[in-house]
Structures are given as structure tokens and as C-alpha cells.
Design a protein around this ligand. Structure first.
Ligand code: XMP
Length: 510
């Protein structure tokens, strides 16, 4: 398949470039900036993109690519720092700009014959730089400029090399995807062969070839990644796949029933359901430290998993829902590291199980996984479901886990979810739940004084869970949630709404 490679010079947007190229239906991979030219040659990309990065090209030790790349006869597009690398390499001059440019700028297109084809005369673009190309190298021409950057975009048509100071990959650059598409498809000649239907077909073939007649075991949580892995493998190898779903007793209300139903009835997948509630909750009894809870859950999960592997085995393969961002770390600091994403709970599997790892989603971004899931008939409802932590309610029950607190957390969270759905907020927020601790407050039920639990409702918005903000829900929605919890959930007398953002708080209370 035709591909483009992006060399990562450390910009926070490097992954985004990769995703945008894929949106233009061209397969794209992210590599560290110092990947040897020999390795790139073997990959045979149609074109190469240099990402942005925080360094100055003239600084000592500034990251530079293998110079042989420039002689590979492949089109190159430099973005921001990548633009400056190109200028520097071909003898132009990069200098600290008199006025730094951050944010929106008007780009005046001087030449719209190739990179800016179909873009018209002017667009808004997104700048973020302190250096600029002061002198354009021989053979390059200015193809667009802004008020502060006379050399905002340059090109050498003969060499098919282009540099742009702005970021086409961010949404603030109008028609940025068209620019990347022009580079990938027109200038580099990459065929638009990357789409999820063909991914599904080729992956099914690959999996069949890889596992042959062997049996595969997959741990599933009912979340989108593990469900998609299971659905994909089921299409590929059917009965050779066994999925195991372990109920640790700290799931959302009725979740165990829903997952079993989804796998057995809807997807027709061979599912081993293990009700391990008693064993998990027994070990967690009286434990208050959140990290201890996580450790116990992880350890017990491994034990349950091994028991299943022994009882239903032998299995040769363990399937995991590793995604592309887990596989590729930033090229600048770490180089490409194949990090195996241990399913949060399958971390400590013993070596003697000798399971080989199969990761059919390792080339996909999350949004691509969603598309694959849709193609595999995974129901919409699951695709829209909020992420749920592996240790489940253990991190939402502050202090010791008791049956009363578990029941309050389950039932109150269901109310939060239901009310957000009916108010049209569920799909707009990242996560929403009710947590409970040991704080109590007086309530009056009928004529009776009740010393019940304080329930904390948390509804947050986030893009990647790294930062988060609390959702400004209308008072009426908060009121309905509160009323329903105090009326319907036994043991709950007060409701509070968490208004701390992350940082300094975290998404989960524990
Ligand atoms: P925090 O609380 O760190 O959460 O702001 C960030 C995101 O990670 C989820 N989370 C977990 N997921 N095992 C998981 O699989 C865990 O132990 C765990 N702790 C937090 C949390 O739900 C949020 O989406």
C-alpha cells in the first residue's frame, strides 16, 4: 500500500499530521526524526513530512534528519520546524523572528499550482513559531506569505520539496487537510488506498496467516477496543477465538448482563463469563488505599485469567487492544518503542503461559477503531459509551468497599447517565458518574431522620483525559439528578457536584 512517513521532531501535533493524511485516505506512519535513511528507503514511502518541533535549527544539538534522505528522490514537506530544517539544509538562513507569530494569521497564496491547489487566494492559517526563514535557499521560491512571514511557504518544484511555516494539521488552518492531501496524492502520487473496509479485509487475511490453526484468548471488558479486537478476530478465525470476561463485582449497574448479551447474542462470539465477584471483593475487604486496591484487582485478574487459560486452553495467542499511539512514542525523547499495553488487569501474567501477543489494532487511531467497530456491527450504543476505569467502582468508592457503598455508586451513576442522556449531554461529555465515600449527612425521609451518605456527582469534559474541566450543567439538570438520587437510592441523603478541574484534581477521586 502506498504510504507517507512523518518524521517526528517533537511537535505536539505530529500525530495529528499522521491522522490528517489518513483522513485523506493515504496510509501514514510516524517515525522518530533520526530514523536512518536506509530504514525509510526500505519502507518505500511515496513522500516524507518533517513535523514541527520545539528546537531552533541553529541551536547546538538541534535535531536533524539523516541527510541522505534529501538525496532519496522523494517529495518532502517541512512543517514549521521541518520547514526550517529544509531551509537550513539547502543553504538558506533561519533567524529569530523580530516578532514571534502565535495563533491565527492570514496566508496570502502566491502560487496555487501544486501544494495550494484548489485553495483559492487567501486562507486563515495557524502559526506557532519564534524563528523564521530569513533567506530562501537557491532553487526555492516563495509560494505564500503572511504579514509577518514573507517566506511562510516555499517550494522547489524540480526537487518536489516544500516548506510551510504554519500548521496545516490543526483545525484552525482552513482547508489544511486539502494541503496535506495535495502533498500526499498530487505531489507524492500516493494512491488513496487507506480505508477501514480494506483494513478489515487485509487484517482478517493477516490474522488467519499469523495464527494458522492455533487458538487465541482475548480478555474483554465491554469497552470499544477489546470489543473491536474480539469482533475482528471472530470474523477472522471464529471458533479458534475464546473471549473471557471477568466480573470483579465493581462494574456499572447491569454491565455484566449487557456484555454477555452483546457478545453472545449480538456478535455471536464465544464468551467465557467468570463471576469472580466474591474472590475480588473478599480480597478488597477493608482496603482503603487506592493503589492497594488497584494492585489487588490487577493481581486477582491475572489469577482468574490464568485459571481460564488452563481450564479452556491450551491457547497459543493472547489478543490485545493496543492502539497506534501506544505503539509509537514521541520520536524525540524515546524513539519508537513497542510498548505492549497490558490490558489494565492482565499485567502480571506468568511467563510460563507462553502466550504470543497479537494486536490487530496496533496501526489504528481511536477514531479509526470506531469506524472499524461500526463496520463489524458493534452497536452504536457501545461506541458512544463513556470510558470506564479497569478497576471500576473501586476508584469511585472512597475508603473501604462495602455492599452499601457499591450499591449507591452503581445506582446513583445510572441516574446520572440517564439524566444526561435525556438532557442531551451524555454524548457531549467525557465521563459522568457518582462517587461515594464515608462522609455522611443528615436527611429527613418522611418524618424520619436519616444519617445517610453524601454522593458526589462528577461530569467532566476532556479531549484526551490528560486535562479536564467540569461541565457547566444547567441547574435544572443538576436538580433532577439530585432529586432522583436522594429519592431513589437507598442510603443517599445529600448530593454534591464536583467543580474541580484537572489539574489540580484528577478525573477519578481515587
Ligand atoms: P485520572 O483520575 O487519572 O483519570 O484523571 C484519567 C483517565 O483514566 C481513567 N483511569 C483508569 N483507567 N485503570 C484504568 O483502566 C485505572 O486504574 C484508572 N484510573 C483512572 C479515568 O477513568 C480517566 O478516564
Amino acid at each position: 500500500m502506498d504510504k507517507i512517513v512523518v518524521l517526528d521532531f517533537g511537535s505536539q501535533y505530529s500525530h495529528l499530521i499522521c491522522r490528517r493524511i489518513r483522513e485523506a485516505n493515504v496510509y501514514c506512519e510516524l517515525l522518530p526524526y533520526n530514523t536512518p535513511a536506509k530504514v525509510i528507503k526500505e519502507m518505500n514511502p511515496k513522500g516524507i513530512i518533517f513535523s514541527g518541533g520545539p528546537a531552533s535549527v541553529y541551536a547546538k544539538g538541534a535535531p536533524k534528519p539523516d541527510r541522505q534522505i534529501f538525496g532519496m528522490d522523494r517529495p518532502i514537506l517541512g512543517i514549521c520546524y521541518g520547514h526550517q530544517v529544509l531551509v537550513d539544509n539547502f543553504g538558506g538562513k533561519v533567524k529569530r523572528a523580530a516578532s514571534r507569530e502565535y495563533g491565527r494569521a492570514g496566508l496570502k497564496i502566491d502560487d496555487n499550482s501544486d501544494l495550494f491547489k484548489d485553495l483559492g487566494g487567501n486562507i486563515n492559517c495557524w502559526m506557532s513559531h519564534g524563528d523564521k526563514a530569513d533567506q530562501v535557499p537557491d532553487g526555492f521560491e516563495v509560494i505564500a506569505h503572511t504579514e509577518n512571514s514573507e517566506t511562510a511557504a516555499i517550494g522547489n518544484r524540480g526537487k518536489k520539496m516544500y516548506g510551510i511555516q504554519f500548521h496545516p494539521e490543526v483545525v484552525h488552518t482552513e482547508r489544511g487537510v486539502q494541503i496535506l492531501k495535495n502533498f500526499a496524492q498530487q505531489i507524492s502520487g500516493a494512491k488513496p488506498e487507506w480505508d477501514m473496509q480494506s483494513f478489515v479485509e487485509t487484517t482478517i487475511e493477516d490474522v488467519r496467516r499469523q495464527v494458522g490453526k492455533d487458538r487465541v484468548l482475548a480478555a474483554v471488558s465491554g469497552g470499544i477496543d477489546s470489543t473491536t479486537v474480539a469482533a475482528l478476530l471472530n470474523r477472522a478465525i471464529g471458533k479458534q477465538l475464546s473471549c473471557v470476561f471477568i466480573n470483579h463485582g465493581l462494574l456499572r449497574q447491569d454491565e455484566e448482563k449487557e456484555v454477555v448479551q452483546l457478545f453472545k447474542k449480538h456478535l455471536g462470539i464465544n464468551l467465557i463469563y467468570v463471576n469472580a465477584e466474591k474472590r475480588f471483593l473478599g480480597r478488597l475487604k477493608g482496603v482503603t488505599d487506592p493503589e492497594k486496591k488497584r494492585k489487588i484487582i490487577g493481581d486477582q485478574f491475572a489469577k482468574e485469567f490464568v485459571a481460564v487459560a488452563k481450564k479452556h486452553g491450551p491457547f497459543k495467542w493472547l489478543a490485545q487492544g493496543t492502539l497506534y499511539p501506544d505503539v509509537i512514542e514521541s520520536g524525540v525523547s524515546k524513539g519508537p518503542a513497542a510498548v505492549i499495553k497490558t490490558h489494565h488487569n492482565v499485567g502480571g501474567l506468568p511467563k510460563w503461559l507462553k502466550l504470543k501477543i497479537i494486536e490487530p489494532l496496533r496501526y489504528l487511531y481511536k477514531d479509526e477503531v470506531r469506524k472499524v467497530a461500526k463496520l463489524l456491527d458493534v452497536p452504536d450504543e457501545l461506541l458512544k459509551r463513556h470510558p470506564f476505569p479497569g478497576p471500576g467502582l473501586a476508584v469511585r468508592i472512597i475508603g473501604a468497599i462495602t455492599p452499601e457503598k457499591t450499591s449507591i455508586a452503581k445506582r446513583a451513576s445510572r441516574i446520572v447517565e440517564d439524566e444526561l442522556k435525556s438532557a442531551g449531554y451524555y454524548d457531549k461529555v467525557w465521563q459522568a458518574y457518582a462517587a461515594v465515600g464515608d462522609d455522611r449527612a443528615v436527611g429527613v425521609l418522611g418524618d424520619e431522620r436519616v444519617y445517610g451518605h453524601v454522593v458526589m456527582v462528577r461530569v467532566i469534559e476532556s479531549i484526551d483525559a490528560m486535562t479536564a474541566d467540569w461541565t457547566r450543567l444547567p441547574y435544572e439538570v443538576i436538580e433532577r439528578i439530585s432529586n432522583r438520587i436522594t429519592n431513589e437510592v437507598e442510603g443517599a441523603t445529600w448530593v454534591t457536584y464536583a467543580v474541580s478541574s484537572k489539574p489540580p484534581a484528577t478525573i477519578e477521586p481515587q
